[in-house]
Design a protein around this ligand. Structure first.
Ligand code: MIG
Length: 787
């Protein structure tokens, strides 16, 4: 109590901090090159520099010993055989690949990393690496005045993290998510530095609790961890897009999700009975509001036992799932890691008999309280446990379920520390490690088990996993939602930088609970939030027990009508969104991007937290305050068009735009294209026709790559996809389209309507050299293309 009052800041309470001590790794004693590695021996420790690729270098250091091997399941990349150059001089050592130069001074040992042109990327200046005052491994880097910092996974606050101190420790935070609330559920110890228009990345692959301090010193930042050795990667960039490609080369990329997973989803804690679920689905259908999934929160289970249904509330789940699937609606049940301690419950019994649960080194199984009461937790660090857990999902797939929602997997436990006893000893495939060391991996490993298990059982269908907790690499298995936000306008505002930073951390597929989870939403807030949700990669409305209802119709017709329009808009934009998902699958680029991602040399974009880009040519500038109908919008270089009014805007400046409650401001860059499909009630309804919107700009060249496949299976990996590139050139009186197709998939749609926006003048249109008929109806100028 007292801590929450002014008592907390009484003068006698203030602590005088001892000047922090720093045990330096010491001077260099010897060094040696071995293949793509350079091994440095210092007075007290050892450092290994390893080139993973021409543009990625790994540095591992043991400040007080000889052993230097560190690995985490985050990294899936195999290092490539590359030829590095090595040169030793009296005071220094130089080693370099084609894209990176390491300049190392010997006394004291300091490492400076430069790009091939000699620009400094990271340097240690006067500080270096070693141990900090509480025996944490720590590494200092110089911070220049013009540095901006992004990434760090799921964090509250604004986009740029300079001036913050951020901790990585997966934590269940029900309330509040304030700007000072840190950490949350995910740990992604990776960041991007933007310096004078160039970007580089640092990935501190460390599973212990770690801290990034961009706050305490003026000229240095540091990263440190509560145990273990130093292990970090530096990626050279130089564009933000390059950094993402490099980081996701290391940690893997998101598989293309099934199309149904990117439609609109409805959730609530909880839709408690089969009847309630069916009525909900029927209401969506009756109201013609598109819907692809309904979530079952913890009430569906028998006494919160995972892999069960309460047969009184859900007498026939299989029938329910089948019926709904016919209507284009999937069921996604929640699965927590806690397994109820109950000797007659097969999961508990089997897991105990097989020694599958987390336990102390002395023998006893760890027991913690969660929903089901006293519970035990699968030890996902052991391969056979992951497989066992995965196999158990047959229970769900047999009912026709294709998606699973993993919650409480920090793991969250109802006690003071909010998690498992840190002295629990994980099996870790025969290399036992404490929970203190592996805590941050629990969510990642559970998602992996769930994803792989579903994949095995689904006979070629793509699984969908949603997770709350995760570590670097989580994108390989699951989409991430940002946990228990609240129905506050401030939380709608926070959603943008949080999801953009997740995207910059390799997690492209994420979203927040639309409308806010806790607290009570209202019509205006839910409407504005639904507008934003329609353009976030993951789009789910979810709300807590006993809050006011939050389905799109809950606040009256006026709001319902607008929300329905924006949910429909999500489906119209789906082909474009799907194309962006595919791009992310190929390159690691985020889907929802901060403006600087596309305009890294424009300083005005560096701190924009209240606008975002959807791909590389669309800017969304939502209204996120009550009662507001105007806002300023920054548009970067080029010329832009208002998606709704077709009004032109000049770039490199701010504009005041009007947006009544029914308007989400959207701007499309001139000289670019966007792809639309048809309005539909679910992704199971196929498009008969697509619309390629071209925003005319004189004397321009634009290109677009359309991608499509069955949206359900993995056959795209065998070439069963459809890819069509469009190059559009405009010259005086002429628009020329050049197109090429690739892949063996036959899309359902057979025609593309090419819609030309913003060209008043007469022109001729050509498709691969032959003239196309132009259709002019009122304001609409179109032409048809077939494949
Ligand atoms: O705190 O399963 O973040 O989405 O509805 C309770 C009940 C546990 C937390 C999740 C929330 C979910 C809730 N869960």
């Amino acid at each position: 109590m007292l801590e929450d009052s002014s008592f907390a800041i009484q003068p006698s309470q203030s602590k005088i901090f001892a000047k922090s001590t720093f045990f330096d790794i010491g001077n260099l004693v010897s060094s040696q090159k071995s293949g793509p590695e350079v091994i440095l021996q210092t007075e007290t420790g050892k450092v290994i520099i390893k080139f993973i690729r021409e543009d990625i270098v790994q540095i591992t250091a043991n400040p007080l010993g000889d052993s230097c091997f560190v690995s985490s399941p985050a990294v899936v990349a195999e290092s490539q055989p590359i030829d590095i150059k090595y040169r030793e001089e009296t005071d220094s050592i130089y080693c370099h690949s084609l894209k990176l130069i390491l300049a190392i001074t010997k006394c004291p040992l300091r490492i400076t990393i430069l790009d091939a042109k000699g620009n400094v990327i990271v340097s240690e200046g006067q500080r270096g690496m070693g141990y900090g005052s509480s025996k944490e491994v720590i590494c200092f880097k110089e911070m220049s005045e013009t540095d901006y910092f992004y990434g760090f996974g799921e964090k509250t606050g604004y986009l740029n993290k300079r001036g913050e101190k951020l901790t990585m420790w997966n934590t269940d935070v029900y309330a509040p998510h304030n700007p000072e609330t840190d950490p949350l559920y995910q740990s992604i110890p990776f960041f991007i530095t933007l310096r004078d228009g160039k970007a580089h990345g640092v990935f501190f692959d460390h599973t212990f609790r770690s801290t990034f301090d961009l706050q305490s010193e003026e000229k240095y930042y540091s990263f440190s961890a509560d145990g273990g050795l130093l292990n970090y990667y530096v990626m050279v960039g130089p564009s933000p897009r390059d950094v993402l490609e490099q980081y996701t080369f290391l940690t893997g990329r998101m598989p293309i999700p099934p199309k149904w997973a990117i439609g609109y989803h409805q959730s609530r804690y909880s839709y408690e009975t089969e009847e309630e679920v069916l009525t909900l689905a029927k209401t969506f259908i009756k109201k013609e509001i598109p819907l692809d999934a309904i979530y079952l929160d913890i009430h569906y289970m028998d006494g919160y036992r995972v892999f069960t249904f309460d047969k009184n509330k859900f007498p026939n789940p299989e029938k329910m799932v089948t019926e709904l699937k016919k209507l284009g609606i999937r069921i996604v049940p929640i699965v927590d890691p806690g397994v109820k301690q109950d000797v007659e419950y097969p999961i508990y019994k089997e897991g105990i008999q097989q020694d599958y649960f987390c336990k102390y080194i002395e023998g006893p199984v760890y027991i913690g309280d969660v929903w089901a009461g006293r519970s035990v937790f699968p030890d996902f660090t052991k391969k056979s446990v992951k497989e066992w857990w995965g196999t158990k999902h047959k229970y769900y797939t047999d009912l026709g379920i294709e998606g699973i929602w993993n919650d409480m997997n920090e793991p969250a436990v109802f006690n003071e520390s909010k998690t498992m006893d840190l002295s629990v000893m994980h099996h870790n495939n025969g290399n036992p490690k404490s929970h203190r060391e592996l805590h941050n991996l629990y969510g990642l490993l559970m998602s992996e088990a769930t994803y792989e298990g579903l994949k095995k059982e689904l006979n070629g269908l793509r699984p969908f996993v949603l997770t709350r907790a995760g570590y670097s690499g989580i994108q390989r298995y699951a989409a991430v939602w940002t946990g228990d936000n609240r129905s506050f306008w401030e939380h709608l505002q926070m959603t943008l930088p949080m999801i953009m930073n997740l995207g910059l951390s390799g997690v492209a597929f994420s979203g927040a609970d639309v409308g806010g989870f806790a607290h009570n939403s209202n019509g205006e807030l839910l409407t504005r939030w639904t507008q934003v949700g329609a353009f976030t990669p993951y789009f789910r409305n979810h709300s807590v027990l006993e809050s006011v209802r939050q389905e799109p119709w809950s606040f009256g017709e006026k709001y319902e009508e607008i929300m329905k329009r924006y949910i429909e808009l999500r489906y119209e934009w789906l082909p474009q969104l799907y194309t962006l998902f595919v791009e992310s699958n190929r390159t690691g680029a985020p889907i929802m991007r901060p403006l600087f991602f596309e305009y890294p040399s424009d300083e005005q974009t560096y701190q924009i937290s209240d606008q975002f880009m959807f791909g590389d040519n669309v800017i969304i500038a939502p209204i996120m305050e009550p009662g507001k109908t105007h806002r300023t919008v920054f548009l970067p270089e080029g010329r832009w068009v208002d998606y709704w009014t077709e009004e032109d805007y000049d770039g490199k400046q701010y504009h005041l735009v009007k947006a009544e409650l029914n308007t989400l401001p959207i701007f499309v860059k001139k000289g670019s294209m966007i792809l639309h499909g048809q309005k539909k009630l679910s992704t199971n309804i196929k498009d008969e026709k697509l619309f390629l919107h071209f925003y005319y700009e004189p004397n321009s060249t634009s290109s677009f790559t359309l991608y499509d496949d069955d949206g359900m299976t993995f056959s795209y990996l065998d070439g069963v996809y459809f890819k069509q590139t469009f190059e559009v050139k405009t010259t005086l009186g002429k628009i020329e389209i050049y197109t090429k197709t690739e892949g063996s998939y036959q899309p359902e749609w057979s025609e593309i309507e090419f819609v030309i926006h913003g060209s008043q003048k007469d022109f001729d249109l050509y498709l691969n050299g032959s003239q196309l008929d132009i259709i002019k109806e009122q304001d609409r100028v179109t032409a048809l293309m077939y494949h």
